[in-house]
Every structure is written in structure tokens, then in C-alpha cells.
Design a protein around this ligand. Structure first.
Ligand code: HEM
Ligand code: NAG
Ligand code: NAG
Ligand code: NAG
Ligand code: NAG
Length: 320
């Protein structure tokens, strides 16, 4: 009897715990704004399409914003908060400073949405939707969106510095960095395929040009003209030397030819445990597209604020 009652109490507690956990952490589907802001997605899609048509790199920049938002206290738009006299955000963190971009495009989207349906669409959801439309605009895969995030009232400079992987990490450190966020090594490799688009500054890959041996000599030589051994820190080179504005699997083919731009890129194909997967992705575009899409949905699910947590910011750059 006593143990039956105890079991019942445990059961009730267990069910409540699960219910409250999912209530605080569960996202809704792509139709989340269907009633409250029916034109939300098409509005985001059209601003992204014209921004990418104007400058194809913007698609890469918007995709990277999602990664840099979601890996730092979850997908809560914390990366968008500006520093003020009494607030320090994430924009000056090492991986973001002079590097993260696309904030003006997010502002354009937000101001259109605030006119259309004030106080409804979160900045965190805007980042997620803009990243998907950016990938699609550059020829990449599509996926079903999960929506219903709310925006943080905080940011973490420290977490941005510690949780975002640096380009000089080796394979085991890259695997650990993603595993800390719940991703497998396979998902880490698929997500790194994002470097099939966009640009990097000389300062992020100089050591690879002048100090590493697993780099194609003609590739290194051509990069050295715009990335000298000192100076030119902000000079840009494409992460995918073959098709920098097209979302394909050329990134993986480049790795096979030792033409990864970043040290961290080439680590995925440098005699370690992920070599076989890189070879697979370099042959079969289809599996990369599927795995990338699945991993993007998973990234969008990192610790969202839902229910009554957080807020819907009016201006993505500041707390209401
Ligand atoms: C695996 C670990 C990763 C490292 C070490 C890394 C590092 C970097 C670095 C150093 C840059 C150049 C930044 C600059 O010079 O300003 C860059 C650019 C970029 N990264 Fe990553 N990244 C990683 C994973 C990812 C993931 C998971 C995504 C998205 C799913 C991503 C998307 C991008 C994009 C699209 C760019 C180009 C941005 C632009 O042109 O504005 N990266 N990354
Ligand atoms: C178009 O792209 C350029 C950079 O290539 C940028 O300076 C300009 O602001 C962009 N214009 C619009 C309307 O987005
Ligand atoms: C500092 O924070 C207070 C709220 O705590 C806010 O009202 C004020 O505007 C902030 N000042 C600046 C310069 O950001
Ligand atoms: C990878 O880097 C970590 C930390 O920087 C280091 O401790 C480890 O020995 C390195 N592993 C290999 C295989 O080089
Ligand atoms: C190359 O490595 C040497 C020795 O570790 C170091 O002193 C030098 O700064 C490195 N050069 C670059 C361009 O990273």
C-alpha cells in the first residue's frame, strides 16, 4: 500500500516534471505566426532575397548569425543586443568583433514586421527564418521551420568567447566544442559545410598559410598575395575557393585537395576520424544537404525561450 502510494506520487511528479519541461522548452511549427502575423515569413523571405541579390555574401553572414546566436545561451537573439554605457553584449567577443554582420538586414526585417504586426515576431525567430531563406537563396537545402522563440533580456560576452569554436582548434577540440552543445561529430562536419559560402579575414587563417604542411602549395601561394605574413589582417578570402556564393558540397571537395581555408576546416580531413565522412560528402551532395538541414533544425532548437520567458523585443538591438 505505502509503496503503491509512493509510486503514485513519484509518477505524478515525473509526469509534471516532463510536462513543465516541454512547456518551457517546446517550439511550435512553421505555422506559428499563421494567425498572429500571416505575412511574417514572406516578409522575412523578401528582405533576405533582396539583401542577397544586392550582395551574395549577406546570405553567408545571416547564416553565421544563427550559429553565433544559438551557441551562446541558446537561440535567443542575444547576439543582436548592442553594448551601452551600462550593458555589455556579445558583439565585442573575439569571434564576433569586426566579423559578425547582417545586423542592418535584421533591423530592416524587424521594422517591417513591427509595422505589420507590432510586438508579435521575435528577433530570435527572425534570425532562424533569415538563415533558412539565405541558404535557400544560395541554392542550398530547405527545411521545416520550428518557431515560437522569445528574446533574451541578457547576453553573455564570456559565453561568446568560450562557447564559439576558434579556427585554430584541432579535430578533437572541435568535436568537444560541438558535443558540449549536444551535437555528434557527424553533425559537426555537416554544419561545417556552411563554409561552402562566405568569406574569412586573413587574421583567421594566416598561420595556416605560413606554418602548416597540410595545405596545397599553389593554393597557399595564391592566398599569400592578399594575406601577407604581417599586415592586411582584414583582407578577405572565400572559405570555398571554388564556388563561394553557391551552397553546394565544393567545400568538402576542397578539403580532399588540401584547400581548406581555415585550420579548423582542414582538420576535418587530415588523417583523423572524420576523413571518411568528408569523402562521402564530397561525392554525394544529397546526403550532405539532408544532414545539414537536419542539423540546422537541431541548432535552432538550442535552449529557446518560450511561454512567458524572455520578451518580444521591439528593437532587436535593445531590451524593451
Ligand atoms: C566548426 C567550427 C567553426 C569554426 C572554427 C568557424 C570559424 C569561422 C571563422 C574564423 C570565420 C571567418 C570569420 C571572419 O574572418 O570574420 C567563419 C565564417 C563563417 N562561418 Fe564559421 N566556423 C565554424 C562553424 C560554422 C558553422 C556551424 C556555421 C553555420 C552553420 C558557420 C558559418 C559560417 C559562415 C557562413 C561564414 C562566412 C560569414 C561571412 O562571410 O560573413 N561556421 N567561421
Ligand atoms: C548593397 O551591398 C553593399 C555592399 O556590397 C552595401 O554597402 C549596401 O548598403 C547594400 N544596399 C542595400 C540596399 O542593401
Ligand atoms: C542604464 O540602465 C537603466 C536601467 O537599469 C536604463 O534606464 C538606462 O537607460 C541605462 N543607461 C544607459 C546609458 O544605457
Ligand atoms: C588538441 O588540442 C588540445 C587543446 O588545445 C590539446 O590538449 C590536444 O593535445 C590536441 N590534440 C591533438 C591530437 O593534437
Ligand atoms: C609560425 O610559427 C612560429 C613558431 O611557432 C611562430 O613564431 C609564428 O608567429 C607563426 N607564424 C604565423 C604567421 O602564424
Amino acid at each position: 500500500m505505502a509503496s503503491g502510494a509512493t509510486l503514485k506520487i513519484y509518477l505524478v511528479f515525473f509526469v509534471c516534471a516532463i510536462a513543465s519541461r516541454s512547456a518551457s522548452a517546446q517550439l511550435s511549427g512553421e505555422d506559428y505566426y499563421a494567425r498572429s502575423c500571416p505575412r511574417a515569413l514572406e516578409t522575412i523571405g523578401s528582405v533576405v532575397a533582396s539583401a542577397v541579390a544586392n550582395e551574395s555574401r549577406m546570405g553567408a553572414s545571416l547564416l553565421r548569425l544563427l550559429f553565433h546566436d544559438c551557441f551562446v545561451q541558446g537561440c535567443d537573439a542575444s547576439i543582436l543586443l548592442d553594448d551601452t554605457a551600462n550593458f555589455t553584449g556579445e558583439k565585442t567577443a573575439f569571434p564576433n568583433v569586426n566579423s559578425a554582420r547582417g545586423f542592418d538586414v535584421i533591423d530592416t526585417i524587424k521594422s517591417k514586421l513591427e509595422k505589420l504586426c507590432p510586438g508579435i515576431v521575435s528577433c530570435a525567430d527572425i534570425i532562424v527564418v533569415a538563415a533558412k531563406y539565405s541558404v535557400v537563396a544560395l541554392g542550398g537545402p530547405s527545411w521545416r521551420l520550428q518557431l515560437g522563440r522569445r528574446d533574451s533580456t541578457t547576453a553573455s560576452l564570456n559565453a561568446a568567447n568560450t562557447d564559439l569554436p576558434a579556427p585554430f582548434l584541432n579535430l578533437s577540440a572541435l568535436i568537444t566544442s560541438f558535443s558540449n552543445k549536444g551535437f555528434t561529430a557527424k553533425e559537426m562536419v555537416a554544419l561545417s559545410g556552411a563554409h561552402t559560402i562566405g568569406q574569412a579575414r586573413c587574421t583567421t587563417f594566416r598561420g595556416r598559410l605560413y606554418n602548416e604542411s597540410d595545405i596545397s602549395p599553389p593554393f597557399a601561394a595564391s592566398l599569400k598575395t592578399s594575406c601577407p605574413s604581417s599586415g592586411g589582417d582584414n583582407n578577405l578570402s572565400p572559405l570555398d575557393v571554388t564556388t563561394p556564393t553557391f551552397f553546394d558540397n565544393a567545400y568538402f571537395k576542397n578539403l580532399l585537395g588540401q584547400k581548406g581555408l581555415l585550420h579548423s576546416d582542414q582538420q576535418l580531413f587530415s588523417g583523423g576520424s572524420t576523413d571518411a565522412l568528408v569523402i562521402d560528402y564530397s561525392f554525394g551532395l544529397g546526403s550532405f544537404r539532408n544532414d545539414f538541414a537536419d542539423a540546422m533544425v537541431k541548432m535552432g532548437g538550442l535552449s529557446p525561450l518560450t511561454g512567458s520567458s524572455g520578451q518580444i523585443r521591439t528593437n532587436c538591438r535593445k531590451v524593451n
